[in-house]
Design a protein around this ligand. Structure first.
Ligand code: SF4
Length: 203
């Protein structure tokens, strides 16, 4: 995973709870996305989850409801989780690379992602997951490698310097556009479930 770099004006290392971090993020104006959205979509789930899911950014439904992954792609994600006997508030914590909706659901620009990533990095530190699933190329490229291709990297485990196991896979929205991606994502989540159970047995 990319090295965590805090600029001195955005050092979040003294923030020790997700609730406090959420409260601070609500007032964030670090990039232009905030002026075009209804509000910050911080993340949700089990704050002590062993598994964290990271997507791209809020869409229209998420922006309206203030929650991540609640539109069609989110409903599909819930079904994928259910297929491996998981549930978002019990087994996972879900967040995005950017916390404000990009206009027209475009991908976040590099400067927008860079402005927002300190929030996500601190979320990761506070949740302290053992496994992270990167949903789609925006998450992969911003957290692992700018030029990385999801079609090449998906389904293969990566390991961060701190030992977190990382599985890139397709974003659920991509499955809605191309059903041939359903099987690979199903296979990836089976690997994630198996690793999750292995972690659970060990700790
Ligand atoms: S997208 Fe992130 S950095 Fe930009 S205003 Fe929203 S919370 Fe702040």
């Amino acid at each position: 995973m990319n090295k965590v770099i805090y600029d001195k004006d955005h050092d979040l290392s003294s923030i020790n709870t997700l609730a406090e971090l959420h409260s601070l993020a609500r007032d964030c104006r670090r990039c232009g996305l905030r002026s075009g959205c209804s509000g910050v979509v911080f993340g949700e789930g089990n704050p002590e989850a062993r598994l964290m899911l990271i997507g791209e950014g809020p869409g229209g439904d998420e922006d309206r409801q203030g929650r991540p992954f609640v539109g069609k792609a989110g409903q599909l994600l819930d079904k994928i989780l259910a297929a491996v006997n998981m549930e978002r508030f019990t087994h996972v914590y879900i967040a995005n690379v950017v916390k404000c909706r990009p206009p027209g659901n475009r991908a976040p620009q590099t400067d927008e992602a860079a402005a927002c990533l300190p929030w996500l990095y601190r979320q990761i530190e506070l949740v302290s997951p053992r496994i992270i699933v990167l949903l789609g190329s925006t998450a992969l490229q911003n957290l692992i490698e700018p030029g990385a291709r999801i079609t090449v990297m998906r389904g293969k485990w990566l390991v961060s310097k701190s030992g977190i196991k990382i599985m890139p896979t397709f974003h659920p929205a991509a499955l809605l556009r191309d059903t041939s991606k359903k099987r690979p994502v199903w296979e990836d989540f089976q690997k994630v479930r198996d690793e999750y159970l292995r972690e659970q047995r060990q700790h």
